[in-house]
Design a protein around this ligand. Structure first.
Ligand code: SAM
Ligand code: CA
Length: 222
């Protein structure tokens, strides 16, 4: 028994995956194909995919915004959990990686539920708000792109989320670098600053969940 979050040994992590995650064979193959890429470490962990899927179900989310598609694992996990008529709008800048994503979404029969917007996400978010009048529209937003823009993504995403909706922000423990004062690179500084900002932000209720690389849940107050 412990009243602190456990450090997971490899054995305990394997156990967690064996009893805590129901991954489909398509999700599993997407992980295997992504593992061949140099950037494979950017993909979310399978237990995080299961967690996102459960959040989608708990919120009964129908409109989801994702910032950072990569090869599509997180979008696939959330899309599989959507009710019929549910939609995900996902943003990325990289065609090569998102072409892999599209193949797997198609194979899983969820491509109709996912709209990919290629281009800098800040431009996409500003367009969603201003040109497409989608303020207060999304039930859930998953933020997982370039870390130095996290604060801007958060502010725009909060405006695009409906009251009572949920923002999910990935990598908020940043491999532990957030507590190492020697780490002063822009990504670490940006995550540290966002974490402090979220903690003080009265517009949300917040909880940093120590799953994978740290996942912060920010619930927009009504
Ligand atoms: N959620 C993904 C998954 O489950 O596999 C992982 C996303 S990965 C950590 C970050 C992604 O953000 C990359 O695919 C990268 O191309 C994208 N990205 C980086 N800068 C961006 C920007 N300015 N606008 C949109 N996407 C960006
Ligand atoms: Ca991530």
């Amino acid at each position: 028994m412990s009243n602190r979050t456990l450090q997971l040994s490899s054995e305990l992590h394997d156990y967690l995956l064996s009893v805590g995650v129901r991954e489909t064979s398509i999700q599993c193959r997407l992980r295997e194909e992504t593992a061949l890429l140099r950037e494979a470490g950017m993909q979310i962990a399978p237990e995080e995919g299961e967690f996102l899927a459960l959040l989608v179900r708990l919120l009964n989310a129908r409109n989801i915004l994702e910032i950072g598609t990569f090869t599509g694992y997180s979008a696939l996990s959330m899309a599989l959990a959507l009710p019929s008529g549910g939609r995900i709008l996902t943003c990325d800048v990289n065609r090569e990686w998102t072409d892999i994503a599209r193949r797997y979404w198609q194979e899983a029969g969820v491509e109709e539920r996912i709209e990919l917007r290629l281009g800098p996400a800040l431009d996409t978010l500003r367009n969603l708000k201003v040109r497409e009048s989608l303020a207060n529209h999304f039930d859930m937003v998953f933020i997982d792109a370039d870390k130095d823009a996290y604060r801007d993504y958060y502010e725009l995403a909060l405006q695009l989320t409906r009251p009572g909706g949920l923002l999910v922000i990935d990598n908020t423990l940043w491999s532990g670098r957030v507590v190492d004062p020697a780490q002063t690179d822009p990504n670490t500084v940006a995550i540290r600053e966002l974490n402090r900002h979220l903690h003080a932000d009265a517009r949300i209720d917040v909880c940093l969940v120590p799953i994978a690389d740290g996942v912060t849940l920010a619930h927009k107050r009504q």
